[in-house]
Design a protein around this ligand. Sequence first.
Ligand code: CP
Length: 309
Amino acid sequence: MDQLSVEHLLGIKYLNINDIDLIFKTADHFKEVINRPIKKVPSLRDITIANLFFENSTRTKLSFELAEKRLSADVINFSASQSSVKKGETLIDTVNNILSMKVDIVVMRHGNVGAGVFLSKHVNAKIINAGDGTHEHPTQALLDSYSIREKLGSVKGKKIVIVGDILHSRVALSNIYALQLQGAKVKVCGPTTLIPKYITSLGVEVETNLKKALEWCDVANVLRVQHERMDIKYFPSTREYTQLFGINKEILDNLGKKIVIMHPGPINRGVEITSDVADSNQSIILNQVENGVAIRMAVIYLLAQQIKR
Ligand code: CP
């Protein structure tokens, strides 16, 4: 049987193109499963998974939980805000306590960069990174590429612009790694204060003019401004940000071509994207959410195959 080259899913930067192809091929199968009248398979009946969320989440948490249940795994959920972390318990102690309940796979979202890598070196379980600070969000990038492939036939050779707060975005970095691995061309667009200086060293071009960026691309992946990660002001006002970098129907209608619009969520409607664009037939935002379940089933299934029983 085909296997992933990695023991954990800690970031896209640790994957190769064969891993991505294998995840997509497996997700194709699970997408068919979740569209059947009976949306469940018994594949992981002997596997227990803990979802550890130290940061807020709607889509990723629900999507992982649903993916695990569709695979018939046993699932436990942990939310830091309701836990003994509040009483000063360390990450390792928290996780080791959970693992002593015989957990095989840990899905973790954490505010600290590298939290998943740290955990993978200290505990005996498969680790899936569900977002570590401003670093990586690998399953989001996988479902984003999978959705582009579904819409446009392939990712190779496609031109993708990531618009918005690149500096604070784990979605941007994971998308850059994933898209380049598959042979796409990537640009980023946003205020210069929200574009990290190292970005060009990744082979990514910077375009600060939104109209030019949209004229160039096949797909625009729109990110929200992550105010919760900002301790200083990066632009004068939300109104000015929207005027310069907000995507509205008028801008899209004047392009002379139909580009695909994506957004990882949560959306700030009227700031980085207007409702008539987010809800238009150019938008594949809800397809991304649907594909997230199939992608996460594929990742969990493939890692579970490596567990010796
Ligand atoms: N896309 C994403 O990570 O959304 P959540 O923060 O709601 O999980």
